[in-house]
Ligand binder design. Structure first.
Ligand SMILES: Nc1ncnc2c1ncn2[C@@H]1O[C@H](COP(=O)(O)OP(=O)(O)OP(=O)(O)O)[C@@H](O)[C@H]1O
Ligand SMILES: [Mg+2]
Length: 358
């Protein structure tokens, strides 16, 4: 922190914004110096005895928390090291980018911002990802701003790359403070970003162990597992043939029929199943897709207790085996499925959409 370039307008901005109870958001493209600016502000304000809440909403390159999460850390003293990890709270979203998880991203940022205020932060700073281009980014950022209602938006630009966002915000009456990116900004390659994430997973799962969880005691918001009526596969009408499926697990709840297959690539007679079970939706989970999937373990108030990866699911025994550092597994009320696959030594090795809907 001591070696960073602090342009004169950063000092002036820190002084100008330090009064009152505020929420502020920092936006800029990837590698524009957002996180360095956030840490500078946290340092400047805590030095003036202001309690600062740092909400890290960058799902891929989290400074405070872990990949796939939005996190919060309260600072009463200046941040010390480059990556001041160890968040006070975090909320699982499910992916290292908001695509496919827009609702979860917004909800998580709102939860962490509310928590920051509850914990007495006088200023809550929201660090964001560099997701700025295109209509989806524009819609997400606008909803974030409308939901959080920040007193100011700090915009870091090298030239005019986020004017397509800022012009609209200005029309809507939000206070924008434009700052130039530092000439000392260092860009990072995709490989460096991946390595950074892997180190974060590795550190997080260092104390993890294998533990079982009863699927009957938890809810999976993305499917009906454990909430419906189990169907014995031998009770399937003879004309329904599930090619390539050894012993499928079937469960019906409301308008949905859930099928859990041991293997991938089975053919599902969707229309026949819908007609036979009088459902509108057939949902398929192929077990190999679940292996090493990163999931969020949330308590009854929807606070994330921690992350886990899936080792195995035995739906017949109602048992989900997880690898997680979370101790209070009995407090888990919901399990949120993500899309990232992480090996036990912390290596991220792919993405999977494990639930198919017809
Ligand atoms: N003001 C500055 N003075 C010195 N170095 C800086 C400054 N701003 C940024 N850097 C350098 O650039 C790197 C990237 O900055 P930073 O991590 O803040 O960018 P970012 O916009 O948060 O990136 P991302 O989009 O990946 O979150 C930093 O690690 C640091 O080395
Ligand atoms: Mg950053």
């Amino acid at each position: 922190m001591n070696t960073i370039d602090v342009p004169k307008e950063w000092h002036q901005t820190a002084e100008k914004l330090k009064h009152g109870t505020n929420v502020g958001i920092i936006i800029g493209k990837i590698d524009s110096g957002k996180s360095v600016l956030c840490k500078y502000l946290a340092r400047a304000w805590t030095a003036s005895r202001i309690r600062v809440g740092y909400v890290d909403s960058d799902l891929g390159q989290s400074t405070i928390g872990f990949p796939t999460t939005v996190s919060l850390k309260i600072f009463d003293a200046p941040p010390q090291c480059r990556n001041d990890s160890n968040p006070s709270h975090f909320q699982f979203v499910g992916n290292t980018a908001p695509e496919g998880f827009l609702l979860q991203t917004l909800h998580a940022v709102k939860m962490m911002t509310d928590k920051s205020r509850q914990q007495g932060a006088e200023i809550t700073l929201i660090d964001t990802s560099g997701f700025i281009d295109g209509p989806v980014a524009r819609i997400l950022k606008l909803h974030k701003i409308e939901m959080l209602r920040p007193q100011w938006i700090l915009a870091l630009q090298a030239k005019d790359e986020i004017e397509h966002l800022l012009k609209g915000y200005e029309k809507m009456g939000w206070q924008i403070i434009r700052l130039a990116c530092s000439k000392h900004v260092v860009t990072r390659s995709q490989a460096e970003r991946q390595r950074y994430r892997n180190e974060k997973y590795k550190a997080y799962f260092k104390q993890a162990r294998i533990t079982d969880c009863s699927v009957h005691k938890v809810v999976f918001p993305s499917c009906v597992l454990g909430t419906g009526e189990r169907i014995d596969p031998s009770a399937l009408p003879k004309e329904i043939c599930m090619h390539g499926m050894n012993r499928p697990y079937l469960e019906k709840c409301g308008n949905e029929l859930l099928i859990i297959a041991d293997d991938v690539g089975a053919s599902i007679p969707v229309s026949q199943l819908k007609e036979s079970f009088d459902v509108g939706l057939v949902v398929l989970i192929e077990k190999p897709g679940l292996k090493d999937l990163l999931v969020g373990l949330n308590d009854e108030y929807n606070n994330t207790l921690g992350l886990a990866t899936v080792i195995d699911l035995d739906p017949f025994a109602g048992k989900l085996t997880l690898f997680t550092p979370v101790q209070d597994i009995h407090k888990v009320a919901t399990i949120r499925l993500g899309t990232v696959k992480v090996e036990r030594d912390g290596g991220e090795y792919g993405r999977a959409r494990v639930i198919q809907y017809w």
